[in-house]
Design a protein around this ligand. Structure first.
Ligand code: SF4
Length: 346
């Protein structure tokens, strides 16, 4: 991108990282100064569609941003439709005559507009890949968790991401816990993390839970995930903001508390352990590449995760003791009404 279409960079107010990319596209998608795609989008509209047309990928990114559409969800859902078209599950009768062929990003761009304007086949795609899968009787082929498409950090390459996707409060979201950074070598020792073999399924539970707790706090503070000041510094900033001392241990506790509150909320809405799962495709080994032959030992990892979290294996809920430990007693009447009575009697 830097060698071809990038013309500049940009940033949020005063940010020294300046992660924005400004690009100029030519040809049929000619635009003067538009927002350049980042990693997820290049994968979603490039690799997943099998297109190497960078200018078209940049334009697709620009369209999604202009329409307020998430590029991971849109690109993945369109790619899923391409897959089902290849299988003959979706036909031109469904698409209004459109032919969905690998490598054809122009049709993908057309579909982005149809999703945004809720036209024709775009109405169906706009519901996301889980709904598309359900509609055509192939939900198990959709690469999503609890309705959210999986981001571009494959649990077969970094097994801990499997726990993150499966247990995130809003589906397969990589921003609920960037375990991929830890597995690529950036363990935050201040938070008690240690480096692990990214291909192994051993010892991932504690670190996955800890990065989730940390991000739960961090996201609550509305901080950019690219900046990552050292954790003690975050605790000091939080102390300055609220006017009382918060040390790192309490900051982690607050993150764990927030994470479990979100879990309790989702439990009340019907979430249980059966929802903590990975898409079938991500539990099948790749045949080549750096992650060839690796699949997470997901059941084992999830059992360890439940133990670390203090969650009940039968129901998928935080145990009554965990909720009390975190000062979330007020959730007991909904989650554990009998335990609530027992604890009151204590
Ligand atoms: S790194 Fe974060 S704060 Fe900085 S420009 Fe990028 S998004 Fe904005």
């Amino acid at each position: 991108m830097k060698d071809t279409i990038q013309t500049g960079i940009g940033s949020c107010h005063t940010c020294p990282i300046s992660c924005w990319r400004v690009v100029e596209t030519r040809g049929m998608y000619k635009e003067a100064r538009i927002d350049g795609p980042e990693y997820e989008t290049v994968a979603a509209f490039g690799s997943l569609i099998l297109s190497d047309d960078l200018e078209a990928v940049a334009y697709a990114n620009h369209l999604c941003n202009a329409y307020g559409l998430d590029t991971i969800s849109v690109g993945s859902t369109i790619a899923f439709a391409y897959h089902l078209f290849e299988q003959g599950v979706i036909t031109p009768a469904d698409t209004g005559g459109l032919i969905l062929r690998w490598g054809d990003i122009h049709t993908a761009i057309q579909l982005v507009g149809m999703i945004a304007r809720q036209q024709g086949f775009g109405v169906i795609l706009g519901e996301g890949s889980r709904a598309v899968g359900r509609r055509y009787g192939v939900e198990d082929q959709a690469v999503q968790v609890n309705g959210l498409e999986v981001a571009m950090h494959d649990p077969r390459a970094m097994t801990g991401m499997g726990l993150i996707y499966a247990t995130s409060p809003r589906g397969a979201c990589h921003n609920q816990g960037d375990m991929y950074w830890v597995e690529l070598g950036r363990a935050l020792e201040e938070l008690g993390m240690s480096l692990t073999d990214k291909s192994s399924s051993e010892g991932k539970a504690f670190t996955s839970a800890r990065i989730q707790d940390w991000r739960s706090l961090y996201n609550s503070l509305i901080m950019c995930m690219f900046s990552n000041p050292e954790p003690h510094g975050v605790a000091r900033m939080l102390s300055a903001a609220i006017g009382r001392e918060v040390d790192l241990q309490e900051a982690i506790y607050l993150g764990e508390r927030a994470w479990n509150l979100k879990r309790a909320f989702n439990n009340r809405r019907g979430l249980s352990r059966r929802h903590d799962k990975l898409p079938k495709l991500l539990l099948e080994p790749l045949h080549d590449g750096g992650a060839a032959g690796v699949v997470p030992d997901f059941d084992r990892m999830l059992r360890e995760f439940y133990q670390v979290r203090g969650w009940d294996w039968a129901t998928g809920r935080p145990t009554a003791h965990k909720l009390v430990e975190l000062g979330l007693d007020f959730t007991l009447p909904d989650l554990w009404p009998l335990a609530d009575l027992a604890l009151s009697a204590d």
